[in-house]
Design a binder for this molecule. Structure first.
Ligand SMILES: C[S@@+](CC[C@H](N)C(=O)[O-])C[C@H]1O[C@@H](n2cnc3c(N)ncnc32)[C@H](O)[C@@H]1O
Length: 223
């Protein structure tokens, strides 16, 4: 099997798993907002009415937050069930069903003020992350901002996932990046890091049961 097919199969397994756990995810996270300091940092760099694309929008908790502040929010996620639950919780709003590796198909270059990808890139194989950075660079306007998270580490694994365990399927594909990997990617695509925070995930609501540190990075497209 070639590498593209292997990576596509990994992403496909993630999509099927989120379809399975969407209802439970919506119950626990549908309107739950944490890390407000990071959202506030993000907003400092947004103009009124900014157009924000949320990659891996899930059950829409960030929609309700950003919509209430008057931003133009567009969700994108490949799980139809996550979208269904998002609409049940929040009502209808712009939401594209697609794999985020295809995000560029939906937007022209230099058309977005911000891209937001919180707790979602960790389901992308490493080569896809590199391509995603390139695509986000293309669709953002100059001075546009990119807020994303990654799990600090190396390699990839099928991690234990408590919600899936309840469904008799207890593993979910996860990838990890070192701070150096991310720094290199930012440099390669002319992003300047403007804010960063690391958070040890202690909550029993964390997406996998291993002890992990999430890094939040806010970066600006500088040329
Ligand atoms: C842990 S949830 C986070 C959802 C939301 N960002 C939040 O913070 O509540 C991860 C989401 O990313 C989506 N996702 C993962 N890989 C994706 C991909 N390749 N393309 C589109 N969506 C993806 C999943 O379907 C899921 O809804």
């Amino acid at each position: 099997m070639d590498k593209n097919t292997i990576d596509s199969n990994k992403r496909d397994s993630v999509r099927k798993n989120y379809d399975l756990i969407a209802e439970q995810y919506g119950e626990d996270f549908g309107t739950y907002i944490e890390d407000l300091d990071i959202y506030e940092e993000f907003e400092k760099h947004l103009l009124d009415n900014a157009k924000i694309l949320d990659l891996g929008a899930g059950t829409g908790r960030t929609y309700s937050y950003f919509n209430a502040k008057g931003y133009q929010y567009i969700g994108l996620d490949f799980s139809k069930e996550m979208k269904n639950i998002a609409y049940i919780i929040h009502g209808e709003f712009p939401y594209i069903i697609d794999d985020m590796v295809n995000a560029k198909r939906h937007f022209t270059n230099d058309s977005l003020d911000a891209v937001f990808a919180v707790y979602s890139l960790f389901h992308l194989p490493n080569d896809n992350i590199k391509k995603l950075f390139s695509d986000v660079y293309d669709i953002l306007k100059i001075n546009g901002i990119f807020l994303f998270t990654y799990q600090i580490g190396q390699g990839e694994e099928m991690a234990d996932e408590p919600y899936l365990k309840e469904k008799g399927k207890n593993v979910l594909y996860m990838s990890y990046q070192s701070n150096e990997d991310i720094k290199n990617l930012l440099n390669q695509f002319y992003f300047e890091e403007i804010f960063r925070k690391e958070k040890v995930e202690t909550s029993d609501m964390a997406i996998n049961t291993n002890e992990i540190t999430t890094a939040f990075v806010l970066a600006k497209k500088i040329k």
